[in-house]
Design a binder for this molecule. Structure first.
Ligand SMILES: C[S@@+](CC[C@H](N)C(=O)[O-])C[C@H]1O[C@@H](n2cnc3c(N)ncnc32)[C@H](O)[C@@H]1O
Length: 203
């Protein structure tokens, strides 16, 4: 595959998709909404960071749930007594994530209702199932949205990429007294956590 990724200027999702189309690797037009799936090692990193907050019966929120992959992982970890909510602002992606999950091991949890996927602006969180033991944000925020901090349970943890060009994966712990501790785990590169209009502007 190296030749497909070695061209100059393949530094943006759009350019990469066009490059793959030129080489005939992709023929389908059904790729879009300026969204990407997170790299598998980032999903693994976030699951590791959140594992203590994804115990059976706990509540988890996945902001920017995209394909639904990580939301399904959360649901399998918190189990039928817990609650895993994915919020994604592109309704078409929500619909396709539901189809993905219906084919996965998490399908019974979706059917029973402990796993839910909603269309909405994830910067506002999802108050209905708050407070959350675990919050994951799958897109980079210029700063940590206050509603997400508010919806974190004391003892809860949020993992969120923060920044614009230079981004850090921040680990945000809400202490039992309600105070907040924040540390940087690693440098990352995510698509922006933004409005639907801004995301679709160049689409
Ligand atoms: C890097 S993708 C990660 C998706 C998911 N973790 C996956 O691997 O499938 C980021 C997702 O965040 C979504 N997104 C960006 N801003 C958002 C917002 N304000 N509210 C909800 N979703 C948002 C994008 O549409 C995209 O699907």
């Amino acid at each position: 595959m190296e030749r497909f990724f070695s061209g100059s200027g393949i530094n943006k999702n759009k350019a990469m998709v066009e490059h793959l189309q030129r080489y005939g690797v992709i023929n389908s037009k059904k790729i879009g909404y300026n969204a990407t799936i997170s790299a598998p090692h980032m999903h693994a990193t976030c699951l590791e960071l959140l594992q203590e907050n994804l115990q059976p019966g706990m509540h988890a929120l996945d902001v920017g749930s995209g394909t639904g992959y990580l939301t399904a992982c959360f649901a399998l970890m918190v189990g039928p007594q817990g609650c895993a909510v994915g919020v994604e602002h592109i309704p078409e992606l929500v619909a396709s994530s539901i189809k993905n999950i219906e084919k996965s091991a998490a399908a019974p949890l979706l059917k029973e209702g402990s796993l839910k996927l909603h269309a909405g602006d994830g910067r506002l969180g999802w108050p209905e199932c708050a407070p959350y033991d675990a919050i994951h944000v799958g897109a980079a925020a210029p700063e940590i949205p206050q509603p997400l901090i508010d919806q974190l349970k004391p003892g809860g943890r949020m993992v969120i990429p923060v920044g614009n060009i230079f981004q850090d994966l921040k680990v945000v712990d809400k202490n039992l007294d309600g105070s907040i501790s924040i540390r940087s785990e690693t440098s990352v590169r995510y698509v922006p956590l933004t409005s639907r209009e801004a995301q679709l502007r160049d689409y």
